[in-house]
Design a protein around this ligand. Structure first.
Ligand code: ADP
Length: 268
């Protein structure tokens, strides 16, 4: 195909003989492209709030700048918001690189996913959200194998998205149940505006957003689902996003049940 990249190398073998090699570099090119784009995107995402911060600092430093307390206070509020935005982004970048660096080690602690989902729901309820979060955990579920901090982050990102993009008048539903004999299923459903089909395959790409303005306004970094995807892969699980515009979105994660544990963890 025209969009493949070939590398032709010629190695002299002496006495006029040559070794000619043609190798397909398409995959290498693609991963280089992704890395370059990622660095460019991350830099751009950091530069915007940074420029705004510097602008406000210079205005406040200026001898002829505003000296009324309410104006200065309003500036400080905006500056704090921009600094937090940078902090969220840097935190997500660190998470992503840690998970990636560890991707060949499968986490193996027994984790009670139902209890973790309950903790996540309680934490998020305590934050700025007024949306109802309904939690349904099947009784007597065995633990999944995993990394507690990462599964907690996965839950926060998914329930957080349902809150950010859902309809505040409609509940967010979180379900934890068995799926066959080897997996536990987590489903997070909202009744928000949904996502058009053409976006679905790209949602887990870093910095891919359906509506960038909306995401930023909601405090999104554009990395939440990329992090979720990496966590699921590291756990040898499966991730599935289904959505209908005007109806809502359901994200499903399948995680393997911990082996060698005869006991079940109370659903609480
Ligand atoms: P963000 O930080 O922007 O929320 P994510 O990686 O978590 O980044 O999600 C990528 C994009 O997918 C979001 O910007 C949003 O457009 C879309 N999205 C994610 N979850 C939902 C949802 N539950 N409902 C509608 N759109 C969603």
């Amino acid at each position: 195909a025209a969009d493949r990249h070939w590398l032709l190398s010629i190695q002299p073998l002496g006495q006029g003989a040559k070794l000619v090699r043609l190798s397909d570099r398409t995959a290498t090119r693609a991963s280089e492209r992704i890395r370059v784009d990622f660095v460019a995107n991350a830099s751009h995402e950091l530069r915007t709030p940074l420029a705004s911060l510097i602008g406000f600092i210079e205005t406040l430093e200026d001898a002829n700048g505003p000296d009324e307390a309410p104006v200065r206070e309003r500036f400080l509020k905006i500056m704090a918001g921009e600094a937090r935005r940078m902090q969220r982004l840097v935190d997500d970048l660190i998470s992503l690189s840690r998970i990636e660096a560890d991707k060949h080690r499968t986490p193996a602690d027994p984790i009670a996913l139902g209890a973790l989902a309950r903790e996540t729901a309680d934490t998020l309820r305590g934050e700025r959200w007024r949306t109802r979060i309904e939690l349904a955990v099947e009784d007597g579920l065995p633990p999944v194998t995993g990394d507690r901090a990462q599964l907690s982050q996965l839950l926060h990102n998914l329930v957080g998205n349902a809150l950010k993009y859902g309809d505040p008048e409609k509940p967010v539903r979180v379900k934890v149940m068995r799926s066959g004999t080897t997996m536990i299923k987590l489903a997070v459903a909202d009744e928000g505006e949904g996502i058009a089909a053409q976006h679905l395959p790209r949602l887990t790409e870093r910095f891919y957003r359906v509506d960038a303005g909306r995401s930023r306004q909601a405090g999104g970094t554009g990395l939440g689902l990329a992090i979720v995807k990496h966590i699921v892969e590291r756990h040898r699980g499966r991730l599935d996003i289904t959505s209908t515009q005007g109806v809502g979105t359901t994200v499903t994660v399948l995680l393997p049940i911990a082996a060698e544990t005869g006991h079940s963890v109370a659903a609480e």
